[in-house]
Design a protein around this ligand. Structure first.
Ligand SMILES: [Zn+2]
Ligand SMILES: [Zn+2]
Length: 288
């Protein structure tokens, strides 16, 4: 078996759940194949997340075409500085050059704002701060973009989906300063137990991805252990973060049961009990 081969279908869940964060547009095969494979193991709903204007339009269109796909739309925290600085990898180098950095960001945000108004768009994100991929020169643009997304989420009454990579304190600070939307989800939760207590007090949802199964992820399991069950979600962030023992191979929504079972063990809960709670929490978070 090759390391790049797709992992086998896990034993189906008995209680249907949602993958709260996935990128179908970055996965192998068609959307229909991906959804069918997921449904075969009782992962019946997915939140499709856009990372730039093009991806967000695609997410909205895909959600409109599939009743069990919900969309989240945003400029990824690593995308915002590219738009402002006109990086060649950015989606609109031309636009950035012509309009000037912040004006280009403003235009892109206006597109996200328009998409966020659509009924099948249930979330604004992934937005937030990423100090791992973006250096100090991009921090101001990231924070400006993050604050704009918070405002968009609140104005449209949509969930805010946070991407927080090595930026815990500043993400919490901006949320507190700007005032978090009623429903806020930390996608691929990466804080420790202490931060989980802070999130719990604020009522933030914590969505755990496949990395919670990694051998070196004890701090993440400690965080999951203290996170109130009514605030816990599960996600793949596929094609990234494939759960153990399939690390390094392609991830997809049908692998949710692998992560959910590992989470049930951490929480000391029956698989069905955790699945039912997560199904309920995801529907509450994204208001569908
Ligand atoms: Zn992310
Ligand atoms: Zn993501």
């Amino acid at each position: 078996m090759s390391r790049t081969e797709a992992p086998p279908l896990p034993e189906p869940l008995r209680v249907p759940v949602a993958d709260s964060h996935t990128h179908l547009d970055m996965q192998d095969g068609t959307v229909e194949e991906g959804l069918a494979r997921a449904a075969a193991v009782n992962v019946t709903t997915v939140v499709q997340v856009g990372c730039d204007v093009k991806g967000s339009r695609w997410a909205a269109k895909t959600a409109a075409a599939h009743p069990n796909v919900h969309a989240a739309v945003a400029l990824h925290p690593n995308e915002a500085p590219r738009i402002v600085h006109g990086d060649p990898e950015g989606w609109s180098r031309q636009g950035a050059r012509e309009a000037g950095g912040s004006a280009a960001l403003h235009d892109a945000l206006a597109e996200i704002d328009a998409l966020a108004a659509l009924d099948h768009v249930r979330g604004v994100g992934e937005t937030g701060l990423d100090y791992f991929r973006t250096g100090p020169e991009g921090m101001a643009a990231q924070e400006e973009s993050f604050r704009a997304h918070i405002e968009i989420a609140k104005r449209h009454g949509k969930a805010l989906v946070i991407h927080d990579r090595e930026a815990h304190a500043d993400v919490l600070r901006v949320l507190a300063e700007a005032g978090a939307p009623e429903r806020t989800v930390f996608h691929c939760y990466s804080g420790d137990a202490e931060m989980a207590r802070v999130c719990a007090r604020a009522g933030y949802f914590m969505s755990f991805a496949g990395n919670v199964t990694f051998k070196n992820a004890q701090p993440l399991r400690d965080a999951l252990a203290v996170a109130p069950v009514e605030l816990v979600l599960v996600e793949t962030d596929a094609p990234f973060l494939t759960p153990a023992p399939f690390r390094g191979r392609p991830n997809a929504p049908y692998l949710i049961p692998v992560t959910l079972r590992a989470m049930a063990a951490v929480k000391g809960l029956e698989e069905d009990v955790l699945a039912a709670a997560i199904a309920d929490n995801t529907a509450r978070a994204f208001d569908y």
